[in-house]
Each structure stands twice: as structure tokens, then as C-alpha cells.
Ligand binder design. Structure first.
Ligand SMILES: Cc1ncc(COP(=O)(O)O)c(C=O)c1O
Length: 392
């Protein structure tokens, strides 16, 4: 009999999700219906932000966020070297330049001390217009500290919260945009909730909201009463104001998002329970394991372990292959951005990101998702422990 493959993450889809999607399919209104605005309203309420714009991926949300902040040629964006390439690509797609920030091995997020030093030693005309913060694995970055720097050095903050829907920074949900201009989320199937493919940008700025909303649909303004009145056109009249794209989310996706959002708190609880179980059982091994922050809640989108001893890479590779042999399809988050051929061509080959390299050579994301069975959690722990048993 063929054995089941256990991935590092998996969507939790139940009958209520299936029923809701079927109801939209039966309605005939597959896109531009009532479910997208409804989903937007629910997410903005959940994260406590004024406005939300649903799109077809987090990549689209990042691209539109950069465009809405007028990012252009010769502007500079800084972001973490430990992220999915689309974070950095969103800036490149606007014609801007990207610089990458070294990470902190305690949090796997950007290193605040290094950020401070880099800002202080950068000429004024080379400072970033935007800093995209990435809350890796759902662990929030220190938003207040970065916000203080943004006031001094005059840059905008976008939060890439692809992993962090359901996370909390102190008592506030990630996405409330107290310390940033825009926060974006991903609803890819491996993420905390899914819409198949999908993403969302949230903001407290009406100007940015209107701009992102227009850019999502070709840069067109619909239902703009001032236009209708001024030109005396009929309802349905539209005008293209910006050069935009079609990044819309369908109603099929939105209804799935609405159904999934109802279970988000439960999903985060289950992820945290698994994380606690892992931490309890892995704490005495030569590993760096995720910390539970006293003041923040991580959504635990990922549980990243790092081997921390002599021959760390060799042992990490052994663990990796053991997982594959036992039908666990694990992963590493992420291959450092600077090391991809495209970024090497941009000139990153000469930069040395020692910490990112160390991270990449020692890290593994072990499976974590709401329906991961206790039996599989035990198997996962056993595989890791067996790699540290001294061989005679
Ligand atoms: C940190 C981060 N940013 C952006 C993205 C892009 O998300 P999407 O697949 O929804 O475009 C991902 C997805 O893996 C991600 O993990």
C-alpha cells in the first residue's frame, strides 16, 4: 500500500468550506460579486484595520502596495534576506533597487541592531523609500522599534505578514497598521487560512486604499460619483486613472476565505499546541528552537529548528534525508534571497551574508498544520532525536 506523504504544511478544508464554495458556483456570480467585499470587511475587522483590498496573491498585494507608495526607478527598498523572493521582487517590478538585510538567529527576522547600523552609515540619498518587514513563521518583528527608525530616516513600512494572520504584537493583531502604512497577507494553501490562491492588503489610509483598489482593476475607477455627475454619464461608466493590473480575487476564493476565517482562531490554537509539544520534546537537543515570546503571539505558520553543534550542516542534511525516507516532505524557509541566480546577477554575489548562509545550512521547517496527528508529531520528534544519538 502506498504510504501517505506528510508535508510541512497543509490546508484544513472541511465540509462547511466545500459547501460555501459550491454555493458560489451555483449562484453564477463567480467574480465581482458580494463575497469579496464581505471577506474584505471581515478581515479588516479581524485585524483591526480600517480598509482591506482582496487580491489574487500576496505577491500581487506586495506589488500594489509598492505601486501605491509611488515606488519608481532609482528608489530603494530594503527587506529581509530571509524571505520568499516575491517580497524583493515586488520592488524590482516597480523598477526600484533592492538591498537585503541580515537576520537575527533568535527570531529569524531582520536583525534590528544591524538595521540601525546600516541606516546610520548610509548616505541620505541612498536611504530606503520603503522597508518591507517580514514576520517569519508568524513571529512579529519589533514594530515599535522599526517605526521609531522610520520617523528618523523617513521611510515607509510595509509588513509582509504572509505568515502572520492571527499573530499578535503585544495585545494588537498583526495587520492593525499602527506602525506601518500597509500590511499584506497570503492565502496560499500552506498558509494560516486559504482561498486557493489569494492575498490581501490592509491599511488605515483612505488614499492608499483607493489607489490599491483602483490598481487591482486596471487602474480603473468605478462608481465614482464625482465623475458621473461631472460628465453626466450613466451608471457603469468607468475611467482609467492609473496604469493598473487585473489582480482581482474571485468570489469562489472569497467565500472560501470567509468560511476559513471563522476557524482561524482555532487553527492558531492548534498550531501553538503542536509548537509547545515540539519545544517540550526538543529542548534538550543541540538545536535552536523557536522561542515563545512573553508579549507576542506567533501564528506558528512554521516551526523552524536549527542544528546548533559541530558538523551542523552534515547533521541537518542527515535529518532532512531521514524525513524524506520516512515520507515527510519537509522544507527550508528560505533559500537566502541574495543567493538566487537572478539576485547574483544584480550584484549580490560580492556581498557576504554570513548569518543567512549559516541559517540556510542548519535550518529545517518541520511539519506543522492544524490537523497534524499526535502520532506524526511523535514520529517527527523521534526522527530528530535519533540523529543525535551517539554512535559507537
Ligand atoms: C514571506 C512571503 N511573502 C510573500 C509570499 C507570496 O505569497 P503568494 O504565494 O500568496 O503570492 C510568500 C509565499 O510563500 C511568503 O511566504
Amino acid at each position: 500500500m502506498k504510504k501517505d506523504i506528510i508535508p510541512y504544511s497543509k490546508p484544513s478544508i472541511d465540509n462547511s468550506d466545500i459547501k460555501s464554495v459550491v454555493s458560489v458556483l451555483k449562484s453564477g456570480m463567480l467574480t465581482q460579486g458580494k463575497n469579496v467585499p464581505k471577506f474584505e470587511k471581515l478581515v479588516s475587522k479581524f485585524v483591526n484595520a480600517k480598509y482591506a483590498i482582496a487580491v489574487n496573491s500576496a505577491t500581487s498585494a506586495l506589488h500594489l502596495s509598492c505601486l501605491s507608495l509611488n515606488l519608481k526607478k532609482n528608489d530603494i527598498v530594503w527587506t529581509s534576506n530571509n524571505t520568499f523572493v516575491s517580497t524583493a521582487n515586488s520592488a524590482l517590478l516597480c523598477g526600484a533597487k533592492v538591498d537585503l538585510l541580515e537576520i537575527d538567529l533568535n527570531t529569524n527576522n531582520i536583525c534590528l541592531e544591524k538595521l540601525k547600523k546600516k541606516l546610520a552609515s548610509t548616505k541620505k540619498n541612498k536611504l530606503p523609500k520603503i522597508l518591507i518587514l517580514v514576520h517569519i513563521a508568524g513571529m512579529p518583528c519589533d514594530l515599535k522599534e522599526v517605526y521609531k527608525l522610520s520617523r528618523i530616516y523617513k521611510f515607509n513600512i510595509i509588513e509582509d505578514a504572509s505568515h502572520a494572520l492571527g499573530s499578535k504584537y503585544f495585545k494588537d493583531p498583526i495587520g492593525n497598521c499602527k506602525f506601518s502604512k500597509i500590511t499584506i497577507f497570503s492565502f496560499h494553501p500552506v498558509k494560516n487560512i486559504t482561498t486557493g490562491e489569494g492575498g490581501m492588503a490592509v491599511t488605515n489610509s483612505k488614499i492608499l486604499f483607493n489607489k490599491i483598489k483602483a490598481l487591482r482593476t486596471h487602474g480603473i475607477l468605478y462608481n465614482n460619483n464625482s465623475i458621473k455627475k461631472k460628465i453626466g454619464k450613466l451608471p457603469g461608466f468607468y475611467q482609467q486613472k492609473y496604469l493598473g493590473l487585473n489582480y482581482r480575487m474571485s468570489d469562489i476564493s472569497a467565500i472560501l476565505g470567509i468560511s476559513q476565517l471563522k476557524k482561524l482562531r482555532l487553527f492558531i490554537k492548534k498550531r501553538n499546541k503542536i509548537a509547545k509539544y515540539y519545544s517540550k520534546n526538543l529542548k534538550n537537543l543541540p538545536l535552536i528552537i523557536p522561542k515563545f515570546h512573553k508579549e507576542y503571539l506567533s501564528a506558528f505558520h512554521l516551526y523552524i529548528i536549527k542544528v546548533n553543534c559541530k558538523n551542523a550542516k552534515k547533521i541537518r542534511d542527515e535529518i532532512f534525508y531521514k524525513f524524506l525516507k520516512n515520507n515527510f516532505k519537509i522544507n527550508i524557509h528560505y533559500i537566502p534571497v541574495h543567493s538566487h541566480p537572478y539576485f547574483q546577477k544584480l550584484g549580490f554575489c560580492n556581498k557576504i551574508f554570513k548569518i543567512s548562509e549559516l541559517y540556510y545550512n542548519t535550518a529545517i521547517s518541520i511539519p506543522i498544520f492544524p490537523n497534524l496527528s499526535l502520532l506524526n508529531q511523535k514520529k517527527i520528534i523521534k526522527i530528530i532525536k535519533s540523529s543525535f544519538v551517539t554512535k559507537n
